[in-house]
Design a protein. Structure first.
Length: 143
């Protein structure tokens, strides 16, 4: 199955690059030994249930893995964002070099997003291409 980490059967690196790609950076968030830069209210720690969501979408008390560390990165783990207006706040990975990724680079992650929507709060994912930040996903506004 494409995406399981191993090229199987008729899969090739061209047809299923995620199974053959070199891993440039990986983190389980069991701690911040990798050196993430934590913006305002960002934390890396064990998952902690929150009980303050306006629409019942509280944070879970476990992560999605089978390991016992339950490591996650998030805003106010076990609580909710303060609701105070402020500039953008980012969780920023340590720098790593992907220039050897001649077959392309794949960004893969698991997310659980409990966030307000624009214009009150904007969540996005950006990558640095060597000269500028490129948005690869931006949370849509409520319709």
């Amino acid at each position: 199955m494409c995406g399981d980490g191993t090229c199987n059967g008729a899969e090739t690196c061209a047809s299923c690059p995620g199974d053959c790609a070199a891993i440039y950076f990986e983190d389980d968030f069991s701690d911040n030994s990798a050196g993430w830069t934590l913006g305002y209210e960002w934390q890396i720690d064990s998952a902690q249930a929150s009980l303050c969501a306006a629409y019942g979408a509280d944070d879970p008390d476990t992560d999605h893995t089978l390991t016992g560390d339950n490591g996650v990165a998030g805003i106010v783990l076990g609580g909710c964002a303060t609701g105070v207006m402020h500039d953008y706040a980012y969780l920023e990975s340590p720098v790593f070099d992907t220039s050897g990724g001649n077959a392309g680079v794949v960004l893969s992650f698991y997310r659980w997003l409990n966030s307000d929507a624009p214009p009150f709060m904007t969540s996005d994912i950006e990558v640095w291409n060597g000269s500028q930040w490129i948005a690869v996903w931006t949370q849509p506004a409520f319709s």
